[in-house]
Design a protein around this ligand. Structure first.
Ligand code: SF4
Length: 418
């Protein structure tokens, strides 16, 4: 679990983005620190309203780069609109969309459900942790110490909690856990498919369900059954988050990930067979201590081969007390170069996916406030769509609207109300 330092500039909306980032980080067990010098990750949430602001942002980014021993993440309007300026100024930072920041800080580890693992409704989004813990023992992970082996409440109990969230106003249910794919394994059963079917079939109401992170190993054994459930159930977003972490079986072995590259590919192929359009989300850790140049090339090749529409790239950093922390690490420059090379490929792959949406019509469930009077939502494949002017048009969060996709900003699409 990381110590983070966050600084926010600009408008109320940008402050709202920082609050969302902080909420996700705290839910993930991370804690804030006052000074960038104490932080494992410093986050600069930028504004780009006038030229003077831009100069200030660049100067502050340089200062944080100097003062933070850990990673620097730059997000916000200037990062998204003029990210290249930070690179041109020699600032060593990850440039990320607001939504990508918590995943990056997570450093390849699974999210930690809130301490009491109780469901909560946040606006129109209901968060349902279905289990706690995992079946793995990844060599770089510190989360495992806090959460232990998988502990799964019954399907009955989770359906009851899901129903309560929908009755409390949730129109999007987010099913979370360290590894949703191994839900039920402590009882000797694979229960994810049954749980999803029962939530979709037994709970009345207009809502959609997003399934959270599931490691490839757990999903591989149920891939046919799970893909069939996605194909059958209208309420499920066609979205699967399976973090592969590396394209090299040698590195996966050193990470103790328990899956192989081909098992991950087989899951992707199965979902491709069952679903016409779906979003593959995955994570890569670059610069793991034993990652050779060839291993890294294999990761890039896997990214290009499977073309995920959502990708989290994390530059490896040591977590105290883990086995990976004792391994002789790669140099900072190597990690930085690989991370930026992979980020370039990621932007190309993800940008292409969003560009292919332009000119199409989408049914979008609006779930979050955006900048100014825009609202943000997701289509059936969980592609993010920002709808400028939605509030002025009288649309509210929780509504499904039809949008024509008129543009894209690499990691999200822009929609116009039809
Ligand atoms: S699956 Fe691996 S990274 Fe995730 S919590 Fe378990 S040990 Fe940690």
């Amino acid at each position: 679990m990381a110590r983070y330092h966050i600084e926010t500039y600009g408008c109320t909306s940008n402050r709202g983005e920082s609050q969302q980032i902080e909420r996700a980080l705290r839910d993930g067990g991370h804690r804030p620190v006052e000074s960038p010098a104490e932080a494992d990750v410093a986050i600069l949430n930028t504004c780009t309203v006038v030229e003077k602001t831009e100069r200030n942002m660049l100067a502050r980014a340089r200062e944080l780069d100097d003062r933070t021993p850990g990673d620097l993440v730059i997000t916000g309007c200037m990062a998204l609109a003029q990210g290249e300026q930070f690179r041109a100024a020699g600032v060593d930072a990850e440039i990320l969309h607001w939504d990508e920041v918590p995943e990056h800080v997570r450093n390849g580890e699974c999210p930690t459900p809130t301490p009491d693992t109780e469901p909560v409704v946040d606006g129109v989004v209901g968060i349902l942790p279905i289990a706690r813990g995992c079946m793995s023992d990844c060599s770089y992970c510190i989360t495992k110490r806090a959460t232990g082996k998988i502990d799964s409440p019954s399907v009955e109990e989770n359906v009851r909690k899901a129903r309560a969230l929908v009755h409390a106003g949730a129109t999007e249910l987010r099913i979370t856990g360290q590894d949703t794919g191994v839900y039920g394994w402590d009882d000797g059963e694979r229960k994810l498919c049954v749980l999803l079917e029962r939530i979709c079939e037994e709970i009345d109401g207009d809502f959609r369900v997003r399934v959270g992170m599931a490691n490839p190993k757990g999903v591989h054994g149920i891939r046919e059954e799970l893909a069939a459930v996605f194909a059958d159930q209208e309420k499920l977003y066609n979205f699967l988050h399976i973090p592969v972490q590396s394209g090299s079986n040698d590195v996966l072995g050193d990470m103790r990930r328990q899956h192989t590259v081909s098992e991950y590919v087989e899951v992707v192929e199965t979902f491709d067979e069952y679903l016409k359009e779906w979003t593959l989300s995955t994570d890569f850790i670059v610069g793991f201590p034993t990652e050779t140049e060839r291993d890294f090339e294999q990761s890039l090749a896997l990214l290009r081969e499977t073309r995920p529409e959502k990708i989290n790239v994390t530059r490896f950093s040591k977590r105290p007390g883990t086995d990976a922390a004792d391994m002789k690490g790669l140099g900072g420059q190597t990690k930085k170069d690989r991370s930026s090379e992979m980020t370039d490929v990621k932007m190309e792959v993800v940008g292409e996916a969003y560009e292919s949406m332009v000119g199409t019509e989408r049914e979008v469930l609006l779930v979050e406030d955006g900048t100014e009077d825009s609202l943000v939502g997701y289509d059936r494949a969980y592609r993010q769509v920002a709808v400028p002017g939605a509030e002025s048009a009288g649309v509210e969060l929780g509504e499904v609207v039809t949008c024509e996709i008129t543009g894209q900003n690499t990691v999200y699409a822009l929609g116009e109300l039809v």
